[in-house]
Every structure is written in C-alpha cells, then in structure tokens.
Ligand binder design. Structure first.
Ligand SMILES: [Zn+2]
Length: 212
C-alpha cells in the first residue's frame, strides 16, 4: 500500500489509487473488477477511477480528475458512483481517500436483515483500528442504506446517517458493498479491511447460531 499524506498531487493520488485497487482485488473485495476509489487533490479537485475499469488490472491512466461536485476535468467518464465519493469529501473535510469494497459478509448480513438501518459492531478488539477508537469496550453502528442506481436519491437517503454523532467510519449499501474513508489512503484501506473482517466475524456468529 502506498502511503499518502493528503491532499496530494494527481500523480501521487493515481499511484495510491492503483495500489489500493490492486490490493482490494487481491483480497477478493473487487469481484468482477467492480469498485471505485478516489483521493482528494492538493488543488481542491478529486482523483477518481474512470467508469468500467477492472480494478485488478487498474493503471494510473484509469484515474481521472473531477471537480468536488463530480464534473469531469478529463475526457474520460468517471465512476457511476462518483456522487457518493463527492458526498463523503463534502461531509468529512478530514477525509482524503475513499475506497469501495464488494466483500461478501456485508452483503449477506444486510440482506438477511432487510429492515436494519445499521449493523452494530461491539466488543471486538479490532474496533480500535477505526480512527478515534481506543478500546474494545465500545460499539460502532455501521449505517445501512438500500441500493439504488439513482445516486442523488441514494446519497440523500444515507446523508442523515452520515451526519449522526459519533460519525461512522464507513457504511454499507445493501446488496452492493461497503464505502470507507480515511485521512490517507492507508487509513481508508485499514477502515475497509476492518469492516470486512468484523462483518465476517458477525456473519460467522450467526452461522453458528450464536445469540446476537
Ligand atoms: Zn459499487
């Protein structure tokens, strides 16, 4: 994983996005080449993966620049989910990188609980991997929102949960995947890895019939 102290110039952001995409693909969190990744740039714009790129074979040329509201600054078409990235940067000024994973645990858990507005993670040591958490003796509510191909509608629906305090480190789109962010690409990667890991534990408990 390439370390970034962000915001960064475009070339550094593109390198970090390429490294993150290949890492997510190796972890099995970008099946079918899906996912989209972004980084805040030092000129106030954003770098994001172009639409349709296979994330296991991603190259710097697959990364493009957009304005903070998602308008392309390069000829390519940005990811279909660009608006969700823009929303995270708008709501969390400290966020400099956003990653989107498609691991299986979040999908199974959120589908199994169709009414749930959040997945509660409590008591796990690895909660300390989330920014600002210093003890296992706490709980984090990961917001869950229904999937939608209309990103304006989806982002409007998730926004109140993103503004809740304490702010969540990530959220789940039902039947779709996880969005996580951080002050650097490293931190965003740690958040996504932790979410996928902890949701895997929650899923394992349910499979065992443990009382949750
Ligand atoms: Zn997606």
């Amino acid at each position: 994983m390439i370390r970034t102290r962000a915001p960064v110039p475009f070339t550094a952001a593109a390198d970090a996005i390429v490294a993150a995409g290949r890492w997510l693909d190796r972890r099995g969190w970008a099946p079918g080449g899906g996912g989209n990744y972004s980084h805040r740039l030092d000129d106030g714009t954003l770098a994001i993966t172009a639409s349709g790129t296979h994330k296991g074979r991603i190259e710097a040329a697959d990364v493009m620049r957009i304005t903070p509201d998602g308008t392309p600054l390069d000829p390519a078409r940005p990811s279909d989910e660009t608006l969700l990235h823009c929303q995270i940067y708008r709501l969390f000024p400290q966020a400099n990188a956003v990653l989107h994973s498609h691991g299986t645990a979040s999908l199974i858990l959120a589908r199994a609980r169709p009414e749930a507005l959040a997945i509660r993670l409590a008591g796990w040591e690895l909660l300390k991997a989330f920014p600002g958490i210093t003890t296992h003796d706490t709980a984090v509510a990961l917001p869950v929102v229904d999937n939608d191909q209309d990103m304006v509608r989806l982002s409007a629906r998730i926004e109140p949960q993103l503004l809740a305090q304490p702010a969540p480190p990530a959220y789940v789109i039902r039947d779709h995947g996880v969005y996580g962010w951080g002050r650097s690409m490293d931190e965003a990667a740690r958040v996504v890895e932790t979410v996928e890991y902890l949701l895997g534990l929650e899923l394992g408990l349910i499979q065992l019939g443990a009382n949750r």
